[in-house]
Ligand binder design. Structure first.
Ligand SMILES: O=P(O)(O)OC[C@H]1O[C@H](OP(=O)(O)OP(=O)(O)O)[C@H](O)[C@@H]1O
Ligand SMILES: O=c1[nH]c(=O)c2nc[nH]c2[nH]1
Ligand SMILES: [Mg+2]
Length: 170
């Protein structure tokens, strides 16, 4: 489980900010290649992978499909729903050399460590990192504290905010 300890902090990220941060990630790793392929960790890695792929001109995109949070924030058993295609692993000498692994964030590091076992020589890049998972990534843009929950733009929508003077709703 990766439940944020109290007091919980929140870090809401807009589409605009996420695009800037994903582009900054591409800049930061642009000197670390060349990369033959991106392996993106679905689903959260799909969005930064699209941005990084565009910026670095990497057109071979593979996925590894992993689900671990079956009930919103509570992390349960980690399930690999789809493995990395054999031709991509083989292209990378069987260990991931020349592969760029992209995810939206690393939190406890459990997801990243499973993917590292499969592609130990790959370059790991995430847009955000929390302290526990940070040692597992090669490159990230922004670190947030372990008790912070990041709200991604694809999980949010515009909602009416009551005037401050009315006090909290409910
Ligand atoms: O470092 P960890 O504690 O393993 O957490 C990080 C992972 O958790 C989230 O994915 P999630 O399993 O919730 O699935 P999703 O990408 O489909 O939202 C996030 O996208 C990372 O992949
Ligand atoms: O939307 C999310 N925000 C987070 O902080 C987080 N940590 C793991 N998985 C997460 N998903
Ligand atoms: Mg994920």
């Amino acid at each position: 489980m990766s439940e944020p300890t109290s007091p919980e902090k929140i870090f809401p990220v807009s589409w605009d900010q996420f695009h800037r941060d994903a582009r900054a990630l591409a800049w930061r790793i642009s000197g670390d290649g060349p990369f033959e392929a991106i392996v993106c960790i679905t689903r959260g890695g799909l969005v930064p992978a699209a941005v990084v792929s565009r910026e670095l001109g990497i057109r071979l995109i593979e996925t590894i499909c992993i689900a671990s949070r079956h009930n919103y924030r509570d992390q349960g058993e980690l399930m690999i729903l789809k493995q990395v295609a054999k031709d991509v692993v083989d292209k990378a000498g069987g260990k991931g050399a020349g592969v760029l692994v992209v995810d939206d964030l690393v939190d406890t590091g459990k997801t990243a460590s499973v993917v590292r076992d499969i592609l130990p020589d790959a370059h790991f890049a995430t847009v955000y990192a929390k302290p526990k998972g940070r040692p597992l990534v090669d490159t990230f843009i922004t670190e947030v504290s372990q008790d912070t929950w990041i709200y991604f733009p694809w999980d949010m929508g515009l909602a009416f905010q009551p005037p401050i003077a009315k006090g909290p709703v409910g």
